[in-house]
Design a binder for this molecule. Sequence first.
Ligand SMILES: *[C@@H]1O[C@H](CO)[C@@H](O)[C@H](O)[C@H]1NC(C)=O
Ligand SMILES: *[C@@H]1O[C@H](CO)[C@@H](O)[C@H](O)[C@H]1NC(C)=O
Length: 377
Amino acid sequence: MLLLTLILSATTLQFTSAASDKIICYYASWGANRPGNGKFTPEDIDANLCTHVNYAFLGLNDDGSLLILDNATDITNGGLQKVAALKKTNPALKALFSLGGYAAGTATFTAVAADATKRATMAKSALEFFETYNFDGLDVDWEYPLEGDRANFITLLSDLKEAFRPGGYLLTVAVAAIPTDAAYDVPAMSNVLDVINVMTYDFHGSWAGVTAQNSPLYASPLDGEWQRDNLNANSSITHWILSGADPQKLAIGIAFYGHAFTLVDASQHDLGSPSSGPAPPGDFTENMGTLGYNELCEFHKNGIIEWDDTQKVPYLYDDTLWVGFDNPKSVALKAQYAKDNNLAGVMIWSIETDDLHATCGTKNALLHAVNDAMKAN
Ligand SMILES: *[C@@H]1O[C@H](CO)[C@@H](O)[C@H](O)[C@H]1NC(C)=O
Ligand SMILES: *[C@@H]1O[C@H](CO)[C@@H](O)[C@H](O)[C@H]1NC(C)=O
């Protein structure tokens, strides 16, 4: 009995020493150019609240070399240099270039991944960028590899990792929530990558026609069978693991924004209420149908917030506006999920829409809530 206890506690120790400790903070560089209280520069990043900062986005030239997309923001105003400088405050912090994003599309990635010379140019260029800007790795955000890219994607990742290994540089990716939505060889990816950032958000938006959550942790009773098994963070992470990903390589995605709907009738504001379409853009993020947490604090403080205890996320309504979003409580539950399931940790898209000015009460309340949950015993 004593022996068994000893073995069990040794196993437990070993288990907990592979800690779920990564807090991967995407920073959208264009946040530095937002008006008023929406402005969030790299100096506003609290270096002690992230383990990794992923600077979004860089582009890819046709020859495979990396491309600065916004010279004024990234270079002239020192965006990249200021992110690297955060390492003076937190020497353990890693800075990564995030390459691609949804708007970048797939054509250049497809061509580079298929060509050995271009892959080599990409690896060489990345190493030069790490050196020039004092960065620590590359996050490939190819949205999304198609069936014809499946093998080339792995070859590209393997070539990059081989080039990065001597310098200890990191290689990560951002991936679709549903592994079968793109041509992923999951076991091979899990083998070569340091972290797989799973984009467990954008599950529901105005396209649904009725109000529903952006990033539910669990299914809703209103879900059909397919939705229940696909459109929530838990089912997504479960499918990634069942597809062959090492849980220790997976970071669960946390959204610091919500999907915003216009209600047909302000008095019908439950989940599943009729919506006439996306809500108008917010003054900071200027995007149809989404609002940053900072915009909810700044412009909708009088909105009514309800907690959805089945999906473990809140929603807000304010006249004909309805938003399914994340608050300190829901982001803490996602961090706890990462720990309970022995994942690598959490990934956040994106930290510049946190409550920087404590308009809702606490400065950077969401990132603090994530940290408190990750660091609690
Ligand atoms: C980018 O900005 C730097 C510094 O302001 C400048 O020296 C360089 O020429 C610019 N590059 C391009 C491509 O505009
Ligand atoms: C998590 O997702 C999996 C796959 O969809 C499902 O089988 C499981 O029941 C879910 N867990 C909870 C607590 O809902």
